[in-house]
Design a protein around this ligand. Structure first.
Ligand code: G4P
Ligand code: NA
Ligand code: NA
Length: 190
């Protein structure tokens, strides 16, 4: 997606050869016009697989999932990282390590919002090692729903996340792929 590449080059900064900071558009401040375009692009790529719900993890996946779900005309669910008092006992909980925070966290989805009749599209903002996305995939598997695919805004191809999910036979679409962050330069795949 050319627009997203452009915006990443303008607004992004390289933190290390592993991490790109996108706080100006995606992870802290959010650019709604850009997010809407990204939502349209994901909807275009996945509409034919007829998702009934979009699934993400809080927090940065939320605006993007809203945009995708809004385009598709379906609800979206964000897995919570903290158990809410209103959340019932029937909860899918998966333990995932976090790449940027260096800690292990739980992600939780109430079982009432994903049923065996659902067709789930997982959306994530940035994929590194793919632990968060794999946690979501395990939740979908446990629910008995069909996983139609995984949509990632920014895939870092030098880390294994996207590749590992494709190797599971899951359709995985990235809007942009970063092949390197070496020496402060953001390099995209074709
Ligand atoms: P993974 O899903 O690919 O394994 O990534 P991991 O769990 O290791 O990532 C944990 C968090 O780090 C995620 O955000 C993910 O989006 C973020 N992340 C990974 N690589 C980068 C990067 O290069 N730049 C930035 N800005 N973030 C990165 P999170 O913990 O879910 O936090 P939140 O932003 O959703 O609140
Ligand atoms: Na994030
Ligand atoms: Na995320």
């Amino acid at each position: 997606m050319e627009l997203l590449k452009q915006r990443i080059l303008e607004a992004g900064s390289v933190v290390s050869d592993q991490v790109v900071k996108l706080d100006a558009i995606l992870n802290h401040q959010v650019d709604p016009a850009l997010i809407k375009e990204m939502g349209r692009e994901f909807a275009r790529r996945f509409v034919e697989s007829s998702p009934t719900k979009v699934l993400t993890v809080e927090s940065s996946g939320i605006p993007l999932s809203f945009a995708v779900a809004s385009e598709l005309g379906v609800p979206f669910i964000f897995a919570r990282r903290k158990k809410s008092v209103t959340m019932g006992e029937d909860t899918y909980c998966e333990r995932v390590p976090s790449f940027t925070k260096g800690i292990v966290t739980d992600i939780m989805v109430s079982s009432q919002y994903i049923t065996a009749n659902d067709r789930i599209l997982i959306i994530d903002d940035i994929i590194a090692n793919g632990d968060a996305a794999r946690g979501l995939i395990r939740i979908v598997e446990r629910s008995g729903a069909e996983l139609v695919g995984v949509g990632i805004a920014v895939e870092k191809a030098f880390q294994a996340g996207g590749r590992a999910i494709r190797e599971q036979g899951i359709r995985t679409e990235s809007l942009v792929t970063i092949t390197s962050l070496d020496q402060g330069n953001i390099v995209f795949a074709e």
